[in-house]
Design a protein around this ligand. Structure first.
Ligand code: CP
Length: 307
């Protein structure tokens, strides 16, 4: 049997998403003693070639809560044999003999697919260069459903670095599974949403528009999904970074424009694109969103390793 990989959010259908959300909620309610028997004897490798706080530690927390074991290369670019010139294919060929599943974050788009092409165990992308971050999108949708009760019909503003933000790409793909979702893109000129995602949304009948006025968008939407300008993706183009950073900031004025029953999300980490005073508003959902990462990753691991 071919291993089931999680590399591309476009592979998820609505039924699978709903099943994962139900499983995540069931796992939350399960007594810890029962939960900790679910992955007994399983070993999961976390290979991170880029820095991470939430994704790696929430995966590792999910594994440990389910009774599994973790082997980890947290700074794999420097401290795995990649630093001696080993290819991702060779690394994954070896590690897939040591573990039952590999969680992989890599700085190059396409590394997840290259890893999956040689792995004998499931490969779960934890971020694939500027391309995709499918498990972040799973926890983002799960958060919308928990916070607002539904996903169909939501109006969602995607704000910030839409060109380099892998979370917004995966999120846009997953949202295409839902009815009557409307997206508003609020991005500095140099980091507008890329054409391939816009074309995907058009093919799947998802309506979207670009808006340059953040307060105007804030008045109309149920979710503001803010993102960081990804300085590390600009290379030598620091002038473009300077043009983009600080352009769209969630502050008291934006909160004032938002509906009472709306939320602010952010995949985190943040820089200054959400002012600290916003944290005190009950509509600030981003810390609850990060917490949901453990639940949805537990649900995903159970699906991949037990179903
Ligand atoms: N949201 C996210 O991927 O955070 P980390 O980079 O800390 O994993």
């Amino acid at each position: 049997v071919e291993p089931q990989h999680v590399i591309d959010a476009r592979a998820f259908d609505r039924a699978t998403l709903e099943e994962l959300f139900l499983q995540a909620e069931a796992l939350e309610k399960l007594p810890a003693a029962d939960r900790s028997a679910l992955l007994t004897g399983k070993i999961i490798a976390t290979l991170f070639f880029e820095p991470s706080t939430r994704t790696r530690l929430s995966f590792e927390s999910a594994i440990l809560r389910l009774g599994g074991g973790v082997i980890s290369a947290a700074s794999a670019k420097e401290f795995s044999s990649a630093s001696k010139g080993e290819t991702i294919e060779d690394t994954v060929r070896i590690v897939s003999e040591y573990a039952d599943l590999i969680v992989l974050r890599h700085f190059e788009s396409g590394a997840g697919a290259r890893a999956a092409s040689v792995s004998t165990v499931p490969v779960v992308s934890a971020g694939d260069g500027p391309d995709q971050h499918p498990t972040q999108a799973l926890l983002d949708l799960f958060t919308m459903k928990r916070e607002l009760g539904h996903i169909d019909g939501l109006r969602i503003a995607l704000v910030g670095d839409l060109a380099n933000g892998r979370t917004v790409r995966s999120l846009a793909y997953l949202l295409a599974n839902y009815r009557d979702v409307k997206l508003v893109f609020v991005a500095p000129e140099v980091v507008r949403m890329k054409r391939d995602v816009a074309e995907f949304l058009t093919r799947h009948g998802v309506s979207f528009a670009e808006e340059s006025d953040l307060e105007k968008a804030a008045r109309e939407v149920d979710v503001i999904y803010q993102t960081r300008i990804q300085k590390e993706r600009f290379g030598e183009r620091l002038e473009d970074y300077e043009r983009a950073t600080g352009r769209y900031v969630i502050n008291a004025d934006v909160l004032g424009a938002m509906k009472r029953a709306s939320i602010v999300m952010h995949p985190l980490p943040r820089n200054d694109e959400i002012r600290p005073e916003v944290d005190l508003d009950p509509r600030a959902a981003y810390f609850r969103q990060a917490k949901n990462g453990v639940l949805i990753r537990m649900a995903l691991l159970v699906k991949l390793l037990r179903d």
